[in-house]
Design a binder for this molecule. Structure first.
Ligand code: MSP
Length: 648
């Protein structure tokens, strides 16, 4: 089967943010899955480079428009390459073949009577590249989509007979309830169309940065309306109007868009296609918008999340997993480091990572790393059946773009594995000499991990490749067929001892302040380091290393902190040193730290001091701090460490 998947093409007036990354991650996941199950797949992404908005952005920077577009387009492409996005083509609307294709489409629509010339007068929003009727404008004339001021534009224009397609579109939506996904968005589109469609102005004479009309029309003043130009990319990428070799990928299976551009894709785009006599895509999938810490992202607020930063600190695949697991497709989602960390710790580290670590550890102890599936069916057919039922239901969720449900269900396979270990306690069976049973449980879990990794592959390609490698197989269409479709088991293999894949994250790894506020570290000239031959340190008062180690220094986590009544200097802290109960430490730091600001932070504690009493309260340790004329600061580990880790 041929499967064509597209993302919107991104405007080149700014760099990619997490909204762009989100669409691209979903499309990449669908494309990877499609290839895995053996479909001939074509995945398209790219950049939308024409229009007044881009022309103005380039002007502001005093750059030639093409040069500006080249630069920003490259930042998108580079980012997708860094993220290992498996696109088959990166289209740019400034590509010559694209322009040729758009002209061919325009001519065809013109020839069949769907395009005519008239005058247009209306309220135009440059930012949204859209005209709006008076009735839709905000009070004061602002754009109903972005709120920016609109301007009245009167110009000669060619029009597309959109009104002619009102009825055919409504009939199409009726006959194809799965055309718009999620289905909840369908009604919104239907009522818009039922409200009446005006013909659409599809050329402009007010700017020149766009695709020119076909030469045969002899209209040098006119350039194509950017949405007509942009939407056509989905077929010009396959060669429409030039070399049509790949047109057999059309119609697309899934075209992903954000909810703000659904109207263009669910109304204009199918109308253009009908006019061209081309079939309509099977699904237009509209996702919701991402906010940051509950707020809309905007450049002026400086709170736009940079996907490269997130990936640098948390890993691109963890980030990908988070975005797809966190939000039901179609709904808005909120990005916060806390939510990302919680998902990483609970889903990836606890559920998946621990399961893998446990079977590596057990097989090391019980069978010198060798895992054999021979007795799995005998002792664990129930668990296998349950897992297969889950695994074979997953495809349905993907078909409806319900990736969060897909992952939620997939995670139940890990629950089966974790439960099997608890219930069958292989360590007890080994002690009782029931080795076959113990090894069957380990092998069951290895098989569950293998199967789940195959189905997680399209979301976390490289992580799952590492898991598969540890489990002695490779994720391919063949292993998908064997382990998922045919419900087969792994051949005997030697499991690899790999380091934990998902170390726990304890606190935010990314700077929260807007980028502009982060001070650049001052540049320091480094003197040449010469080898020092003789010590210049005074010997007076020196101790030996053994004496130093008599002091036990430990990392502690402050669980609670309170002000000591009637004391302006003291705080009473409860500090976890990894012992049975936390220590109470009285510290003279109140002038420099508030009690609240300390809770949850880590400190360095002298842990083997004799307990003392301060203002009648027991103190079971001392916190290290440094003081100079500017004040006092606590000595803390540079990265979070386990409570009780020794310092030295
Ligand atoms: N160039 C047009 C698309 C033309 S497709 C023929 C465009 N470009 S865009 O760069 O402004 O937006 C691209 C996509 O990013 C849209 O699908 C939009 O919904 C999405 N997002 C922009 N901001 C977003 C969030 N904050 N969250 C999620 N997606 C967001 O529109």
């Amino acid at each position: 089967m041929k499967n064509y998947i597209t993302t919107p093409i991104y405007y080149v007036n700014g760099e990619a943010h997490i909204g762009h990354a989100y669409t691209t991650f979903i499309a990449d996941t669908l494309a990877r899955h499609s290839r895995l199950i053996g479909n001939e797949t074509y995945f398209l992404t790219g950049t939308d480079e024409h229009g007044q908005k881009i022309e103005e952005a380039a002007k502001k920077l005093e750059k030639p428009t093409q040069e500006f577009a080249d630069e920003i387009s490259a930042t998108f492409r580079n980012l997708w390459d860094e993220f290992d996005i498996s696109y088959d083509q990166f289209i740019r609307t400034t590509d010559e073949t694209h322009k040729k294709g758009v002209q061919a489409a325009f001519l065809k629509m013109h020839e069949n009577g769907d395009i005519y010339k008239d005058f247009y007068e209306g309220n135009y929003c440059v930012s949204c590249e859209s005209f709006f009727p008076e009735s839709q404008l905000m009070d004061g004339g602002g754009c109903p989509d972005c709120g920016r001021a609109t301007t009245i534009v009167k110009e000669e224009s060619y029009f597309f007979r959109l009104s002619k397609y009102e009825k055919p579109l409504l009939e199409y939506y009726e006959a194809h309830p799965e055309f718009i996904l999620p289905k909840s968005r369908r009604n919104e589109v239907i009522s818009f169309v039922k409200g009446g469609l005006n013909d659409l102005s599809v050329t402009r004479t007010s700017f020149s940065w766009g695709v020119h009309l076909p030469e045969s029309l002899n209209e040098p003043k006119h350039v194509m309306y950017v949405w007509l130009d942009a939407l056509m990319n989905y077929v010009t990428a396959l060669g429409y109007g030039s070399d049509e070799a790949k047109m057999d990928f059309w119609p697309a299976n899934v075209q992903l868009v954000g909810k703000d551009i659904l109207r263009f894709h669910a109304i204009y785009w199918p109308a253009f296609l009908m006019s061209l006599g081309l079939p309509l895509p099977k699904h237009i999938g509209a996702h919701g918008w991402w906010t940051r810490d509950g707020e809309k992202m905007s450049k002026s607020k400086g709170n736009v999340v940079d996907p490269r930063e997130v990936s640098k600190h948390y890993g691109v695949e963890n980030f990908r997993y988070f975005m797809m697991r966190e939000v039901p497709f179609g709904q808005d989602g909120d990005f916060s480091q806390r939510a990302l960390i919680d998902r990483m710790n609970s889903d990836l580290s606890n559920d998946l990572g621990n399961l893998l670590n446990r079977i590596i550890g057990m097989s090391e102890k019980y069978s010198d790393f060798v895992i054999d599936s021979i007795n799995v069916e005998k002792y664990h057919s129930k668990e296998l059946d349950d897992a297969h039922t889950i695994l074979s239901s997953l495809e349905n969720y993907l078909g409806e773009l319900q990736l969060h449900r897909y992952l939620e269900e997939l995670w139940k396979v890990f629950t089966i594995g974790n439960k099997a270990i608890e219930e069958h306690a292989p360590w007890v069976k080994i002690k009782e000499g029931r080795n076959d049973e113990a090894l069957a449980t380990v092998a069951l879990v290895a098989n569950l991990l293998a199967k789940a990794s195959v189905m997680l592959h399209s979301i976390m390609p490289s992580t799952t490749a590492t898991i598969a490698d540890a489990l002695g197989f490779e994720i391919t269409t063949e292993s998908y067929t064997k382990l998922i479709l045919n419900k087969g088991l792994l051949d005997t293999f030697t499991i690899k001892k790999i380091p934990p894949l998902f170390p726990r994250v304890d606190e935010p790894l990314m700077q929260e302040a807007p980028k502009a506020m982060i001070e650049e570290a001052p540049k320091v000239e480094h003197p040449v380091l010469e080898d020092k031959k003789e010590s210049t340190v005074s010997l007076e008062g020196l101790i030996t290393i053994d004496q130093f180690f008599q002091t036990s220094l430990k990392i502690g986590t402050v669980l609670n902190a309170q002000e000591v009544p009637k004391s302006s200097k003291l705080l009473k802290l409860q500090v976890d040193l990894g012992e049975d109960s936390p220590r109470q430490i009285i510290a003279g730091i109140r002038e420099y730290y508030s009690a609240e600001s300390l809770i949850g932070t880590q400190v360095c504690v002298v842990a083997n001091l004799k307990p003392a009493k301060l203002m009648g309260m027991l103190s079971e340790g001392m916190i290290l701090a440094a003081k100079d004329a500017d004040g006092l600061c606590l000595i803390r580990p540079e990265k979070t460490r386990l409570s009780g880790s020794s310092v030295g």
